[in-house]
Design a binder for this molecule. Structure first.
Ligand SMILES: [Zn+2]
Length: 615
């Protein structure tokens, strides 16, 4: 991949400002706000205390869907809102919920139906439902405890719950029980194995390694993919990665990387970067929790290995399947597919019982990965500094350095990175060059002018992890960055196409005579035809519609890219001609990111099309 480097440098001196929380000001932040709006303004169902806590209160006068999964909503809500809290109002709600929730812990440490027997001979789907919810609740309690560490009673309750889970595990992880719950989907053995996440958090919180010892048994118990529930399967892999993050044992990482490779080889990763709800070839809907888990797992694997492949996969999932999964109400849930792409689900399947909270929780991990310290990264060269992994607009701080990232309002993908605060020693500012960029131009300015003694280099390795590194002046050990130093990065990207065999090719390889079936990408965005924008395109018969691409220059001229701050209509649009099956006239269609379906009620959004080039 060719890279062009141009160096300029800009420093505008202003007084340094204090540190603030990292925050996103682009689509990422708008989508987070949409979830909080859903919690606060939509009443069907309303996220009242009774609604959230129904799965631990089990009040016969307030039956709620899936309250037998005790802790599933309440735990996820506590965890996600704790880690994404916007301040005093959210914290007050959390404290109120926790105070009430703790009253409903049972004598043996569990939450939920006290009459359910956990003798090995009795274990079945009902027990599995309770275990699933209790596992999610242990995570939620400990994420709340990270947020409010002075509340020791929360740690005490978590210990009692963790001890209950270990007790149950020792009694019930037998071949006989596993056989009994085989094929029970969301009530299957993944209800056990997902404990590893909460048990690892409990080990970290208490220092007691008995919880980690139990947690590390889960991944080996996880059966091969089969037709399992993907959310439970991926959650178990995430939990195993968390143990690796604590201990650094290479065999733990190797086990997850092998499972990941198996997923990649299986064909279950869709072109939009996501997975369906089950590992079943004939299944036709996804689940927001699964997309959230896959995104989070890819980010974990990138952090652990530094391999570009994992971050590229995370980015494809984030921009496409994860974003597209979000409904206009802010909820995450289930989107439905046919052979061409998204189609309306019978009834809008907004999964307020899990996906809405799990989606919010995934945003925490994305925010934490936009900018990371160089130290501790597998590719760390020993020099202090930061890595910008994802060019997302907002203000980002890590260690003692803070930067502001803004889009430069011009065509193409251009970003201005402004240093807001930096320590008074040499630091390297590194920017990841995504694998979809065809070229990159970097501009570093001092007082608005190029500085000729600045250095920058593009560094690639065998995993195609490519970084722009900015050094200063006459040293290769970084630069003493000052507030309002500016670095500008311009990424050039063209269209690329992926066929059904996963072969990626450029526009110059499009056939002229016979059309081929392919998906169209611009940068990280999967472009589709959205019936909300193009109501006539999917008129019957449409399966043989052909998208017509002109010369490369003419096609690129059809791309408009003018994102507005905080808008979800934030990606590139491509206008081109197409031939509708059924009549020979030439027509026009607009391709847009599939994720933009969040802005309206569900409709058809196709992304597998016949394509060819026209002379
Ligand atoms: Zn879900």
């Amino acid at each position: 991949m060719p890279f062009l480097i141009l160096l300029l440098f800009s420093v505008l001196l202003v007084s340094p400002c204090g540190f603030a929380e990292s925050r996103s000001t682009d689509e990422l932040g708008a989508r987070i706000n949409l979830i909080f709006d859903r919690f606060n303004t939509i009443m069907e169902p309303a996220f009242t205390d009774d609604f959230i806590l129904a799965d631990v209160k089990l009040d016969p006068n307030y039956p709620r869907r899936f309250d037998e999964f005790s802790g599933d909503i309440s735990g996820r809500f506590l965890g996600a809102v704790s880690l994404m809290s916007r301040g005093a109002e959210d914290d007050a709600q959390l404290r109120r919920l926790v105070a009430e929730l703790l009253k409903h812990q049972r004598e043996d440490g569990r939450f939920g139906d006290v009459k359910l027997s956990f003798a090995a001979s009795d274990i079945g789907p009902d027990q599995m439902a309770l275990l699933w919810g209790n596992g999610r609740l242990l995570v939620g309690l400990l994420e709340y405890y990270q947020h409010v560490p002075e509340q020791k009673e929360v740690l005490d309750a978590s210990i009692r719950l963790g001890d209950f889970l270990i007790q149950v595990f020792n009694d019930c992880a037998t071949p006989e029980v596993r056989e009994r719950v085989r094929g029970k989907a969301a009530n299957g053995f993944i209800c056990f194995t997902q404990f590893n996440e909460g048990l690892e958090l409990l080990c970290r919180a208490t220092g007691d390694t008995k919880y980690r010892d139990a947690a590390r048994k889960m991944e080996p118990l996880l059966e091969p993919r089969g037709e399992q529930h993907t959310h439970g399967y991926l959650t178990t892999l995430r939990g195993h990665m968390m143990i690796y993050e604590s201990t650094g044992e290479p065999e733990l990482l190797a086990a997850v990387e092998a499972r990941f490779q198996d997923l990649m080889d299986s064909g279950f990763i869709m072109i939009n970067g996501g997975l369906l709800e089950y590992f079943k070839p004939t299944y036709n809907r996804d689940e927001g929790c699964t997309e959230a888990d896959f995104l989070r797992l890819c980010l974990q694997l990138y952090q652990a290995t530094g391999k570009e492949m994992y971050l590229a996969q995370a980015e494809t999932c984030l921009y496409n399947s994860f974003y597209a999964n979000q409904f206009e109400t802010g909820d995450f849930g289930h989107r439905c597919f046919d052979a061409r792409g998204y189609m309306p689900h019978p009834g809008a399947a907004r999964a307020w019982w899990c996906c809405t909270m799990h989606g919010l929780r995934a945003f925490r991990d994305v925010l934490d990965r936009v900018v990371t310290p160089k130290s501790g990264h597998p590719k760390d060269d020993g020099q202090p500094g930061i890595r910008i992994n994802l060019l997302k607009e907002g203000r980002w701080s890590t260690n003692d350095m803070a930067v502001r990232i803004e889009r430069i309002p011009e065509s193409g993908l251009a970003y201005r990175i402004t240093v807001e605060q930096a320590p008074n020693d040499f630091q390297t500012l590194s920017v990841r060059v995504p694998n979809w960029a065809e070229s990159v131009t970097k501009t570093v300015l001092v007082d608005g002018k190029a500085i000729s003694d600045a250095k920058a280099e593009v560094v690639s390795d065998e995993n195609e992890d490519t970084l722009l590194k900015a050094y200063g002046r006459s040293t290769s050990h970084g630069r003493i960055w000052k507030a309002e130093d500016v670095m500008e990065v311009r990424l050039a990207c063209g269209l690329h196409f992926v066929d059904r065999n996963n072969r990626t090719f450029g526009q110059d390889e499009l056939p002229k005579e016979q059309s081929v079936e392919a998906a169209v990408f611009y940068g990280p965005w999967l472009l589709g035809v959205n019936a909300h924008t193009n109501p006539m395109f999917h008129g019957e018969p449409y399966v043989d519609n052909i998208l017509l691409f002109d010369s490369k220059q003419a096609t690129l001229a059809g791309i408009s890219y003018e994102p507005q701050a905080g808008s979800l209509l934030n990606g590139p649009r491509l206008t081109l001609n197409y031939q509708h099956s059924g009549f020979p006239d030439n027509n026009q269609v607009v391709l847009q990111p599939v994720a933009e379906q969040t802005t309206h009620p569900q409709t058809t959004v196709s992304y597998w099309h016949l394509v060819k080039t026209v002379p």
